[in-house]
Design a protein around this ligand. Structure first.
Ligand code: FAD
Ligand code: EPU
Length: 341
């Protein structure tokens, strides 16, 4: 157990907030004793720290999940069932699956963070979400000390959503995740610039390896590397709006960037809205809006979490004024203030 630990190396925004108490664990058996150490203090489970913004010191216990291990559980004619410890690094797990010719995760290459956090917000990129390849997970129930298994339906996955962010928030520690992957690849290349990137690479018959390479190239061209520039990926969700509001926005801005969702709803590209509102490339003293992707807020090195939170509030207010919709933060704000705008 460490005390008054600076969390800067443990969050990709590079915010220098302190944890009152901090410990890592690599076995479930360690949890009862760790959880009993400070039962009345707030608890935070941390993976790679790539989807959190610390706006103040964390006056409680931070437990970093480092449970490792990748196991092929079973296979049938078409599928393999692969279990990964929650503390495995997501991209290393994806590479392991690609190396073993297990298909399904290639479009999710290079997403930072841990395997254990991937179901929390049903991570997604380039036309795939983990719900598409998820089989089940095991999680430690903090109140009872029991291990519970959740299938796909029980996880209630949605766009950047799961039951662990809603009804079961702060109740479970995810310890392993099992994915149902394919022996024969059905590569998905229709999303965004994948096809274009493959053409640039001279690839006419894409494989899971080349799709992964294309996705990595696209990501590296627009998303900042947290080792160079602190960030947590998309700061906001892409807002889903009614067809009526979409039509109003489209009348004023015919070039608005969107994804169809259903007959009644449309998902707008928040990056487009933020760029249109004039924030792209904005530089405040210590933080700003990335110049290649307006959905990404960045720390130039010395920012506090509060400065970044304030910038996000300014963006939310301006988007509300211009387009009549409220952006929702995708990044987890810690400590959690349910009431912040
Ligand atoms: P953390 O930031 O450590 O934790 C996130 C939340 O999950 C916290 O609330 C934490 O308490 C909880 N948590 C973590 N582990 C556990 C556990 N084992 N049990 C219970 N709760 C847990 N996300 C996407 O979906 N798509 C993208 O394309 C994408 N691109 C990104 C690009 C960059 C450059 C960056 C920095 C981030 C990006 N993200 C993306 C966001 C981020 O990578 C994901 O949300 C990732 O799953 C977070 O993993 P983590 O281990 O870092 O989680
Ligand atoms: N756009 C702009 N200006 C910008 C940024 C985007 O106009 O500054 C417009 C462009 O028209 C572009 C469209 O928005 O075509 C979509 O942009 P992009 O393909 O970069 O994707 P995104 O919708 O901004 C989402 C995810 C990303 C994920 C990518 C790829 C969310 C909140 N974000 O971003 O996830 O990697 O799609 O699938 O859904 C994350 O969650 O942290 C993350 C990076």
């Amino acid at each position: 157990m460490q005390h008054e630990l600076n969390l800067k190396p443990y969050n990709t925004f590079g915010i220098a907030a302190n944890a009152l108490h901090f410990a890592s664990f690599n076995e479930v058996q360690q949890l009862p004793a760790l959880l009993n150490a400070y039962p009345h203090l707030p608890l935070l489970i941390l993976g790679g720290g790539s989807n959190v913004l610390f706006t103040a010191d964390f006056e409680g216990l931070v437990l970093r999940n480092e449970i490792k291990g990748i196991e092929l559980l079973k296979e049938d004619a078409d599928n393999v069932y692969v279990k990964s410890g929650a503390g495995e690094v997501w991209h290393e797990f994806v590479c392991h699956c690609i190396d073993h010719h297990w298909a399904g995760l290639e479009n999710l290459s290079l997403i930072p963070g841990s395997v254990g956090a991937s179901p929390m917000q049903n991570i997604g990129a380039y036309g795939v979400e983990i719900k598409d390849v998820f089989h089940e997970l095991s999680a430690y129930h903090i109140a009872s000390g029991e291990i519970h298994t959740f299938n796909k339906q029980q996880c209630q996955f949605g766009y950047r959503e799961s039951v662990f962010k809603r009804a079961l928030k702060n109740q479970y520690i995810i310890i392993d995740v099992t994915f149902k992957l394919h022996k024969v690849a059905n590569v998905k290349t229709s999303y965004g610039a994948i096809q274009q990137e493959l053409e640039k690479m001279g690839i006419t018959e894409p494989t899971i390896q080349t799709v992964s390479k294309a996705v990595i190239a696209i990501r590296q061209s627009k998303l900042p590397d947290p080792k160079v520039l602190g960030n947590a990926g998309s700061f906001f969700k892409n807002p889903v709006v009614s067809m009526q509001l979409f039509e109003t926005i489209k009348r004023n801005y015919p070039e608005v960037s969107f994804y169809p969702v259903s007959e009644t709803e449309v998902k707008l590209a928040a990056g487009w809205l933020i760029e249109k509102a004039g924030f792209k490339g904005l530089k405040k003293e210590n933080c700003g809006v990335h110049d290649k992707q307006a959905l990404v807020l960045v720390n130039y090195g010395k920012s506090t979490g509060q400065e970044i939170l304030d910038l996000s509030t300014q963006i939310i207010e301006q988007i509300q004024k211009l387009f009549g919709l409220t952006l929702e933060r995708e990044v987890n704000i810690i400590p959690n203030h349910e009431s912040i705008l």
